[in-house]
Design a binder for this molecule. Structure first.
Ligand code: TXA
Ligand code: MG
Length: 317
């Protein structure tokens, strides 16, 4: 069935946002559930629609890096470098917020997370509707959506036609969320590994980069997040994987195995990232009983994949 919520036109999506609606939009990472930053009632609905605590702050999405100064108090030199190099793209920068940023989106913190996405539809919507907040368009704690159908699976009953919508831009190219970098500390810190690799950022900043420490710096750092509704078993090697599959199958369990395709001796991490969330969701809809996943090496996109797989495997609260 084709949902009445589905839109294919960025102009219509922007129109609904300007009128105070909530619209899921495609980005190159995952689909985001957008509301215009100057519509507090729509932002409040985002928290209700997702079932997300209002203490979990939202990322502000801009059409153009030139808009950044309006929303932040200062742009430290390394933040300026990161923005010039990584925007538009799967990169989110945490900066000290200006008075223009509503409390509602920061959970009362003095920082704001900002991203300029690269997806042409997202950019067209943001250029037309103005800056928007957009958390991933899933119910809180569930696997992030990488297709419009995933968004509808989670949110159809919670969105209102004709005020809201889901802009269909096909499957997301990157497939895991943006890399979040805290630029308010003396050295930049990675709060969430994502679509841009740690190594690239390390090189760009000439080593001025630290791993974030301490719990709860960003809500995506909660141990159980991005979780499918079935157990996930993680394996470091193919030998471990083969053993885990044999053990679970011998107990009569319906197993889904996931891991990177190996192309000419090299693991295809971009493909693994693109497909991961679809596979986790498919395991649920197919009624599989256990997911057995091969962890990729901790390099490039492998950092983000390992992070999301660990969170998918963590015990539910
Ligand atoms: O790729 C992405 O980043 C996607 C697309 C839609 O842009 N968005 C996304 O948003 O992943 P969300 O809300 O699912 O995750 C944003 C993360 C949360 O872990 C949140 O706690 C953290 O960013 N965050 C946002 N503002 C923050 C702030 N001021 N301080 C610390 N963490 C913040
Ligand atoms: Mg999320």
């Amino acid at each position: 069935m084709i949902s009445d919520l589905i839109l294919t036109d960025a102009t219509e999506a922007a129109h609904r946002l300007r009128a105070g609606g909530v619209v899921a939009i495609p980005t190159e990472t995952v689909y985001g559930l957008a509301a215009a930053v100057d519509h507090p009632a729509a932002i409040a609905r985002i928290f209700r629609i997702k079932g997300r605590p209002t203490t979990h702050p939202l990322i502000l999405h801009l059409a153009d890096p030139a808009q950044l100064p309006e929303w932040v108090l200062e742009i430290p030199p390394d933040a300026a470098r990161l923005a010039a190099w990584g925007w538009p793209g799967p990169l989110t920068l945490l900066l000290r917020r200006s008075a223009r940023v509503p409390d509602l989106i920061t959970g009362g913190r003095d920082t704001v997370a900002v991203r300029v996405p690269a997806h042409p539809l997202a950019r067209a919507v943001l250029a037309d509707a103005g800056p928007c907040v957009a958390p991933s368009a899933n119910t809180f704690g569930h696997v992030s959506p990488t297709t419009a159908a995933h968004v509808l699976d989670d949110l159809t009953a919670r969105l209102d036609e004709p005020h809201d919508g889901v802009l269909d831009g096909g499957p997301c190219e990157v497939g895991v969320e943006s890399t979040i970098i805290d630029c308010t500390t003396p050295r930049a810190q990675i709060l969430r590994p994502g679509g841009i690799s740690t190594e690239e950022i390390h090189t760009l900043l000439e080593g001025r980069l630290e791993q974030a420490s301490g719990p709860d710096r960003a809500s995506g750092m909660l141990p159980s997040h991005y979780a499918p509704g079935i157990p996930v078993v993680l394996c470091e090697t193919t030998d471990e994987l083969d053993l885990a599959v044999a053990t679970h199958q011998s107990r009569g369990l319906d197993v889904m195995v996931i891991g990177p395709h190996v192309v000419q001796g090299t693991a295809d991490l971009a493909g693994y990232a693109r497909d991961l969330y679809s596979l986790l969701r498919r395991a649920e809809t197919e009624g599989r009983q256990v997911i057995i996943a091969l962890l990729p090496p901790a390099e490039g996109l492998g950092h983000a994949l390992r992070d999301r797989l660990r969170k998918a495997a963590a015990p539910r609260p």
